[in-house]
Design a protein. Structure first.
Lengths: 269, 269, 269, 269
């Protein structure tokens, strides 16, 4: 029959007796034998990681889990304040801030490095590749993802630690090496030294782990899901959302609407 | 004091006696006197629309409210099935599908027309502008937003009706005129005639209404919020989500994970 | 064939030539002829409202659209700050605060009134019904939804206006009358006079409009969707989210985690 | 100054030189030294778990990560289909299904067991406690959370495995023991034997791990976040969402709206 509908999947399926996940018997082969980070890696990469890969991967997740009162943490707390009946809504609201500006750096950096490596062809000297990439970005007036940090202006403490872990595990690959080279050469072009930030080095490490570039943001989101649960646990135990809201409201000042003239064209034909 | 924090706003504020919205007295001047579509327009445009503008604007919202079992409607129904305790979660899940592919056409089309008009400089002949724009898109292998429809292959019934309403209200402006011109000239370049679709004509009309290009998607989302409430009301009265889910699950076929080799590079340094 | 799958719907369907919505021809019969509020009512109630019903309904939506820097507005602005590429995410994050505490009052009040009316049986004196209901709530130590307001401690300005509109349109029905009666009799039981709040009177009016109790929260969400678009338009034109975030972060104080002892039981068997 | 605003937190803070998380130096003490599941536990419980606790906790997360084409997985895939530009939106849409019906069992079961244990006072015989609880639920016509499964009608394969892991790690505590007792005694009351399901046993184990009852759903959501990333990775590599959507749409049948009469009362006063 032409119309034979089927949805193939290599993830979870089940029968009355067994549950299968990733082609394994969930209860017999995975539970108690596979760590949670290991499973997340396997689910997205489609292959079981080595112990060294798991260690580097979990170091990335740990690095990205929580950064205190970020916009995503505040949004999650305020949503929980408004709708305490729906923990999933508060978590989702927090994750929805995982877009281009804050959490996106990890993905942007991994993609930038991967594309730069492809464009570099047979060139093998990372400093040469990095210098050309920084120059091109400068000409196109584009920022280099992963360079600079509003707080850690000298050095992001996560960067050398993650590189060291990758080195220990034999996983300091082309993306991390190119990222380090960017850290060495960019002052020649930009005229000042910026730190390699933690979100960027995480993107480089995930790319070296062979994870799909289009899903790197997903790992930042997974890490942040754990951090947001911590924020919501703290909000339960030691509520801050109401005061955050009141503090904003207290400083509201009524002004005339005045954006009428901006960015709009009259519509009369 | 250097630390004088203030959050200026022209939207809602309140005192113990009054509630102010858009500089008006909400209870005395708005409730019962301003329609809901009119208020939505005012909130986003920062100015009160004329009756003709309200009519065109609400025609757009009506056109975009519901298209049956779209991916967003199905996502909302399945979320409601899983979490019937959280109507806001089901509505939010549906709206989250309002991105680049389905609901984004309205915004993309409005932006495309606005940018094309700016780039056209002093040229006043819409067919000339349209022909150049279609040629450029063809060269750059880009789709023209608003052109073509998977179901309404000859004509989208919404398009002529919305143009007629705009004409009646004196609001058939440059964006709609350019959109119509694209409809006339594109076969010369593409070699076949495609319909001007409803999402696109809505984007053109919203742009002619002077609404900010970056927020056009927002109106598609507002319209869809009403449609999704209809879907959820129907799901309550006549549940379909469970059968939708079971139908998908029934056609699941376990296969080996095989995307390991795609899009990933090994990470060994 | 036994396995004949079908998903019946009275909402939107389409053929290559026409688009049908609510059994009507969308382009010919709805666009330009039906207002947006009217359509939203029709979609959820399953019947076309009268002009008087539309006026009362839209007055409710106008009343609920925006209340300035509420937790939902702040969450939407912060999410937009973090992820400006996804307007739908910022809107969804704001709506996710539409739960039990803030936006839920409308639904809770409508449901409370409807259940009280059912329980009252043949009793027709609203003051008698109200007195019994307030006494029962007091005994069960439950709050009466719709009574009291943190800012409008004497009177919520929306309440008399909405009742007046209902009266004008011949729609001041049993739910509103019972709500008014609660306003009259509760001081006898509680020992002090609290205002009937705007969210509550909106719930009463929606219930008198015959809208399904389980979906009353949905109308608060629809109204709020318009208000949140206004907030996001203002955030674009006059950004405040970054300062809101910085203000919170600046007041962060590191303390030891100390909720270990609360609410948890040791898990050793 | 009386108005000294502060937001105390035991989670993340940072200075230009260091990043602190949970009172530890993130880079020096956590990255590469603490697993991701361990960190998630620590964040929510407010204390570092033992290796045995981590193993049991991660076994729970692995058990709950993915169950194939569940409503949440389908909602995530369809949202990604509609808005491929926003991975965070697709993930959030999937998590929003983590409410009372599907993912909520874990939390409901943990809470039911905890409340039953508190109510049991000094009684120490789990079979006696369980029998009373099942009888009371039967009288109140309430379901017992964690009992029964639509597919695994005889036995859920996850249940004995998780109990065995808890036993190995010395963590088979009162919640798991009570849950097992319910499995032994319920046929006396209900007249048939139902399996103890996997979501339920996970809730019992999390409660024995001393995690806060109100946040148990959060762990199901964290586990599901990993599973949903797997679904979205598979959707990228092997798209199924479009066919799921088309299959539903193809089976749409237009019918009259007929829920007008249900659940609504006319609103004329």
């Amino acid at each position: 029959m032409a119309d034979e509908l089927s949805f193939p999947t290599g993830l979870g399926t089940s029968t009355p007796e067994t549950i299968s996940l990733l082609g394994q018997d969930l209860a017999a082969d995975l539970m108690g034998k596979v760590g949670f980070g290991e499973l997340a890696y396997w689910l997205v990469a489609g292959r079981r990681p080595t112990p060294g890969e798991v260690r580097l991967f979990e170091a990335v997740l740990v690095a990205l889990a929580d950064h205190g009162f970020t916009p995503t943490a505040i949004a999650a707390r305020l949503t929980y304040l408004s709708a305490p009946d729906s923990l999933q809504g508060a978590l989702a609201a927090g994750l929805l801030g995982g877009g281009s500006r804050f959490l996106g750096v990890t993905e942007d950096c991994g993609r930038f490095l991967a594309e730069t490596l492809v464009a570099a062809g047979t060139e093998r000297d990372y400093d040469v590749i990095a210098l050309a990439a920084v120059r091109r970005a400068r000409e196109e007036k584009r920022f280099i993802p992963g360079l600079g940090h509003p707080v850690h202006k000298e050095q992001d403490p996560r960067t050398p630690v993650l590189i060291a872990i990758a080195e220990q595990e034999g996983l300091r690959g082309p993306h991390l090496r190119l990222f380090e080279a960017i850290g060495r050469v960019h002052p020649q072009v930009l005229g000042r030294r910026l730190p390699l930030n933690g979100a960027g080095v995480c993107g480089a490490a995930l790319a070296d782990l062979g994870l799909p570039t289009d899903l790197l943001r997903g790992f930042a989101l997974l890490a942040r899901a754990a951090g947001l649960l911590g924020q919501l646990a703290e909000e339960q135990a030691r509520p801050a959302g109401m005061n955050m809201y009141r503090d904003v409201e207290r400083h509201a000042v009524e002004v005339p609407l005045d954006w009428t003239d901006e960015g709009s064209t009259p519509g009369h034909g």
